[in-house]
Design a binder for this molecule. Structure first.
Ligand code: BES
Ligand code: ZN
Ligand code: ZN
Length: 495
């Protein structure tokens, strides 16, 4: 999709469709829609008075203009209640239009910006949101059908903007595209079947990003993991014929600074539960157990493109949790890379075991603040459904910074407590920690376990088992992998 700027008023643009906005409370057309309405003989006003256009959030009404203005159609989008308007809602609204236009085969679109939006938000933020929302909206998961239905593409979108500087437009377009493409990349990776996206393939993806963005990359294979004593990643992967890898990508945007953000993403390309195997209906979809890794890779791609003044090291432990004669067992005690011993109480609580080594590795590579992101627990879906990620932290200031980044990026996170009473859930009789104890507070138990490995370094844990998947197509989301966390991780690095 090509984005261009024009100063031509939207009612004069010759495109397949112009996109307009209407809020809920308005009795007649908004100021922004007025000129178009007049030019098309007040058809929009009529539809409003007849109750067909209500301005309800994400409502879409397409009107054919029959030669009254150069554009063939006007698409009127409902922005919902005026006081509820946010950049996040704006993204969902335009995503709906982008999906519609794509399905209809519309190739040229024009989009304006109501003046009152630019009074409430900066021009860069509004433009970023318009671009990001539409780029997220046109995304479709790849398919492996022999005969693919010909996929229609929007070719270009004109932003009809009058009083905005070229540099603001340029920055907004660039950010919108980069945030959305990184998220779409994470969605695509997460969606891949496990027989396509193996740990080895994950390494190839990381190499491609490193090369494209000039990042340094280090990949530890099984031999190297053994040499370094990464017992967590080795134990989880030992029941699979797929070789495990620890991947590290480094972006140095502030070489003079001693501060480095460490991103650690769970990269289980499939999780069948291990010897304590998952029931059949819980196993389907476990190819998406690398959603954390996908978000980290997508974010590194974006960070490499936007080049913020900061340092980031991204670590991805990647392997498969499977079963053969070598599989790790409940009751096994393993020595993690940190030296801490772990009693395996449940082989399906494997994510935290590989992340333990990932967190330690990120610290040894110089991370001074850590964010781990993982499809860690089914329990977070019970707590928060698919609407929000669970967040836990050992540092309130850093926790706050991640919450703010998520809010700005338009992603939801919700903090769960780490009261000391919960600590008994990770106590083991024979090892330093236990990976599970059957506690009902499953998400908190997972977070507490990971906190042991952050070991005092400011750390935030994001559990995206729920938010990583959308149950149906809605706003910016398609059904399935959402790319959750990608935009939060980009935003956090944007200093
Ligand atoms: N990968 C799963 C968590 C998950 C569940 C992700 C549903 C996406 C959707 C994780 O490895 C797991 O199996 N967790 C167990 C932990 C338990 C055995 C302590 C869980 O949540 O049931
Ligand atoms: Zn599991
Ligand atoms: Zn898992």
């Amino acid at each position: 999709m090509e984005w261009r700027r024009t100063e031509t008023p939207i009612e004069q643009t010759a495109v397949d469709a112009i996109i307009l906005f209407q809020t809920e409370e308005k009795e007649g057309v908004s100021e922004f829609v007025k000129k178009v309405d007049e030019a098309i003989e007040h058809r929009i006003s009529v539809l409003i008075s007849e109750g067909e256009i209500t301005g309800k959030y994400c409502e879409l009404t397409a009107i054919h203009n029959w030669g009254k203005i150069p554009a063939k159609r006007a698409i009127v989008l409902g922005l919902g209640a005026e006081e509820k308007i946010s950049l996040d809602r704006l993204k969902n609204v335009v995503a709906t239009a982008a999906r519609y236009a794509k399905k209809k085969g519309l190739k040229q679109l024009a989009l304006g910006c109501p003046t009152w939006l630019s009074e409430r938000f900066t021009a860069v933020d509004v433009i970023q949101s318009l671009v990001e929302g539409m780029e997220l909206g046109v995304y479709q998961h790849p398919s492996y059908k022999q005969k693919e239905e010909s996929s229609k593409q929007i070719e270009s979108i004109w932003l009809s903007l009058q009083d905005v500087s070229d540099s603001a437009v340029k920055t907004g377009i660039e950010r919108g595209k980069v945030y959305a493409h990184a998220t779409n990349y994470a969605r695509m990776l997460t969606h891949e079947p496990a027989n396509f996206l193996t740990p080895h393939k994950m390494v190839q993806h990381a190499r491609q990003i490193a090369e494209k963005r000039g990042l340094s990359i280090e990949v530890l294979n099984k031999e190297k993991l053994q040499e370094l004593g990464m017992g967590g990643l080795l134990a989880v992967s030992q029941g699979s014929s797929q070789e495990p890898y620890m991947i590290a990508l480094t972006y140095k945007g502030a070489p003079e600074s001693a501060e480095t953000l460490g991103y650690v993403g769970k990269g289980l390309t499939f999780d069948n539960g291990g010897l304590q195997i998952k029931p059949a209906n819980y196993m389907y979809g476990m190819n998406e157990d690398m959603g954390g890794a996908a978000a980290v890779l997508g974010a590194m791609d974006a960070i490499g493109a936007l080049k913020p003044h900061t340092n980031v090291v991204a670590v991805i432990p990647t392997c498969e949790n499977a079963i053969n004669g070598e599989a790790f067992r409940p009751g096994d005690v393993i020595t993690s890379y940190s030296g801490k011993t772990i009693e395996i109480h449940h082989t399906d609580a494997e994510g935290r075991v590989v992340l333990a080594d990932g967190i330690t590795y990120a610290k040894r590579l110089g991370a001074t603040k850590l964010v781990d992101i993982a499809t860690l627990t089914g329990a977070v879906i019970i707590a928060l459904g698919h609407e929000s990620a669970g967040l836990m932290s050992n540092d309130s200031a850093f926790g706050q910074a991640v919450k703010k980044a998520a809010h700005v990026a338009g992603e939801r996170v919700w903090e769960l407590p780490m009261y000391e009473e919960y600590e008994e859930h990770i106590k083991s009789d024979i090892a330093d920690v236990k990976n599970d104890d059957g506690s009902k507070a499953g998400t908190i138990q997972g977070g507490l376990f990971l906190r042991e490995f952050a070991d005092g370094t400011p750390w935030v844990h994001l559990d995206i088992a729920g938010s990583g998947e959308a149950m149906r197509e809605k706003g910016i989301h398609v059904k399935g992998a959402t790319g959750a966390g990608t935009r939060t991780l980009i935003q956090l690095a944007m200093v």
